[in-house]
Design a protein around this ligand. Structure first.
Ligand code: ADE
Ligand code: ZN
Length: 338
C-alpha cells in the first residue's frame, strides 16, 4: 500500500477546524448570489488568487469578509454539510469543530440562526455519514472580554450542544490573561476550555493558557518549543497540541515544511495531532495535511498511527466511543503495518 493510500484509509479524528474556514470559494459565491450580496472579487479564480498571506492577520481579514455572506440558518447548514461530506471521503470519523459566534452576531445575525444551522448539519452528519462530533464555541480575542461574556450568556440555553469554549483570532497583543474571567465563568458552567496559543504569540501565552484558562488542549502550540521548561511540562501533562501543518506554512508560521516542528514534537514525546484549521484557505483537508508532513519530514507509518492515536485520545468524546475508535485504529495497524 502506498503511503497516500495508508493516510487515506487510516481512521482519523480532526480536533482543530474552524467551520468558517471550510468555506470553499464555489459555495461562497453560490451563497452570496442567493443572498444578493456582491463579493469584492469578480469570480472564483480572482478570489482564490487573494489567498496569499504573509501572516495571520492578512488571512483573518479575508476569512471574516468571506464569512460575511452567511445570513440564514440554511447557509450555516450548507457550509457545515459541505465540510462533513468532504471529510467523509477522507475517512475522518470524528470531528471537533470551532465556530466563531461573534463573527456573525457582530453583524446582526442571531446566535440561534448560527448554532441551529451548524448543529442540524452535524446531527445529519452523524446520522447519514456516521461522523461523530463535538462543537466548540470560540471567543474572538481581538474583541473585549465584555463581548465574550455576552456571547457566553447567549450560549447557555444551548449548553447541551456545546462541549467547550475556545479562543482564536489575532493572537499577538491579545494574551489569554485578557479572558481569564470569562473562561472561569465558562468552566463554572461546565464547559471544557481550549485556546489558540503559540501560533504567532510567544511561549508565555502557552503558560497563560495552561495556568489561567486551565485548558484541556493547546491549539497550535508551535512556539512552545522555544522554552525547554514548557516542553517538559507539556510532555509531563501529555497536553494535546492541535497542530495545523498547511496553515503554518500558508501563514508563514514556518518558512519551509522541512523545518516544521511536528516531528520534533513527536520525538520529544509531546502529544501532537494533525489538523486542517481552515482547509478552504490553506489548500487541504486532513489527508493533504498528513501527506505534506509525511513527505517533508519523512514520517514513518508508525508516526502516522501515533498521530491518529493521539487525536482520538485527546478528543472530548465519551470513553466508550473513544475505545471503539482506538480499537478500529488498532485493527487498521495490525492489518496494514504489523
Ligand atoms: N481563526 C481561524 N483560523 C485561525 C487561526 N489559525 N488562528 C487564529 N484564529 C483563527
Ligand atoms: Zn485555528
Amino acid at each position: 500500500m502506498t503511503i497516500r493510500e495508508f493516510i487515506h484509509r487510516m481512521p482519523k479524528a480532526e480536533l482543530h477546524l474552524h467551520i468558517e474556514g471550510s468555506f470553499e470559494p464555489e459555495l461562497m459565491f453560490k451563497i452570496a448570489n442567493r443572498n444578493g450580496i456582491k463579493l469584492p472579487y469578480r469570480d472564483i479564480d480572482t478570489l482564490k488568487r487573494a489567498y496569499n498571506f504573509n501572516n495571520l492577520q492578512e488571512f483573518l481579514d479575508i476569512y471574516y469578509a468571506g464569512a460575511g455572506v452567511l445570513i440564514t440558518e440554511q447557509d450555516f447548514y450548507d457550509l457545515t454539510w459541505a465540510y462533513l461530506q468532504k471529510i467523509h471521503q477522507q475517512n475522518v470519523v470524528h470531528t471537533e469543530i470551532f465556530f466563531d459566534p461573534q463573527t456573525h452576531t457582530e453583524r446582526g445575525i442571531a446566535f440561534d440562526t448560527v448554532i441551529n444551522g451548524i448543529y442540524n448539519a452535524l446531527l445529519d452528519g452523524q446520522k447519514k455519514l456516521g461522523i461523530s462530533f463535538v462543537l466548540i464555541m470560540s471567543f474572538l480575542r481581538h474583541l473585549d472580554e465584555t463581548s465574550a461574556f455576552k456571547t457566553l450568556q447567549s450560549v447557555l440555553k444551548h449548553k447541551d450542544k456545546i462541549k467547550a469554549v475556545g479562543l482564536d483570532s489575532s493572537e499577538v497583543g491579545n494574551p489569554p490573561s485578557k479572558f481569564k474571567k470569562v473562561f472561569d465563568a465558562a468552566r463554572q458552567e461546565g464547559f471544557l476550555t481550549v485556546a489558540h496559543a503559540g501560533e504567532e504569540g510567544p511561549a508565555a501565552y502557552v503558560y497563560e493558557a495552561l495556568d489561567l484558562l486551565k485548558v484541556s488542549r493547546i491549539d497550535h502550540g508551535n512556539r512552545s518549543l522555544e522554552d525547554a521548561e514548557l516542553v517538559d511540562r507539556l510532555v509531563a501533562l501529555q497536553m494535546p497540541l492541535t497542530v495545523c501543518p498547511l496553515s503554518n506554512y500558508k501563514l508563514k508560521v514556518v518558512e519551509d515544511m522541512r523545518t516544521h516542528p511536528l516531528k520534533k514534537m513527536l520525538q520529544l514525546g509531546m502529544k501532537a495531532t494533525v489538523n486542517s484549521d481552515d482547509p478552504a484557505y490553506f489548500g487541504g483537508y486532513m489527508n493533504e495535511n498528513f501527506m505534506i508532513v509525511t513527505e517533508s519530514l519523512d514520517l514513518s507509518k508508525e508516526d502516522l498511527i501515533q498521530l491518529s492515536k493521539n487525536a482520538f485520545e485527546a478528543s472530548f468524546i465519551n470513553n466508550d466511543l473513544k475505545q471503539k475508535y482506538l480499537s478500529q485504529l488498532d485493527t487498521f495497524q495490525k492489518r496494514n503495518l504489523l
